[in-house]
Design a protein around this ligand. Sequence first.
Ligand SMILES: [Zn+2]
Length: 290
Amino acid sequence: MPELPEVETIVRRLARRLPGRTVIRADVRRPNVVRGSPRKLERALEGATIASVSRRGKFLVFRLEDGRVWWSHLRMTGQWRVERPRRGSARRAGRARAARDAPADPYARAVFDLDDGSRLTYVDVRTLGEMEVLTARGWARREAAMGVEPLSPAFTPDLLDDLLDHSGRQVKEFLLDQAKIAGIGNIYASEALWRARISPRRRARNVGPVRAMALHAAIVGVLQDAIRKAGTTLGETSQDYVDSDGVPGGFAEFLAVYDREGEPCRRCGTPIRRIVQGQRSTYYCPTCQR
Ligand SMILES: [Zn+2]
């Protein structure tokens, strides 16, 4: 499931290609990837020009030139792909177009043709992802309900300590709460807790200021490291994360605990344990995380 580093990687790729582009034709092929009416989304986007591409938590944010916001959440298996415009002779271009329009990706759920001949495709095997076009005010309301951005200056050790103090949940589950901190999911929650030597089962309010400072550094550190490696790809199926050029992320080999059940802790050698918290897997070292 794409988390902050994966969404950030996609956003950086798309931000090089999409600003200034106008959507010529929008075609939603699976209505459930759109919140609300798919026809309304198609009409809202046809003729609209993309001003910028950014990220908020795990959301991709396409700002349109008229101020509206087209957001996309990838959930489990959502992906964005960009196909570049075809160049060369008209015959070759025609052939390329035929190949492109023929049996496309079976998981292409929405297709957006752009004014430079390129095509933006939303691919999603499990179709749990969602997108919507909102007014600037509608998006501002949505955004106000989201937690702090962990890579922004607003996210300080003091703020984290304060948020932890007011939560009775286990710290792993606290980290997944998008209304507290936006963008962390199952992988980076486990990794940050290992780096900070905190047990995922510890109550958030019992973390305390010293461990909170370590956790703050661990969250920022692991997210930045993962962005540098273009995110985490765990497998090779069409459900696994790839960027908008179809390229997998390189952080999996640097994971300390996630998906490493039974393998030795990289700090102390104890076999990594897997437990289930809130129906999600948590990986941790039972010896050096307290
Ligand atoms: Zn250990």
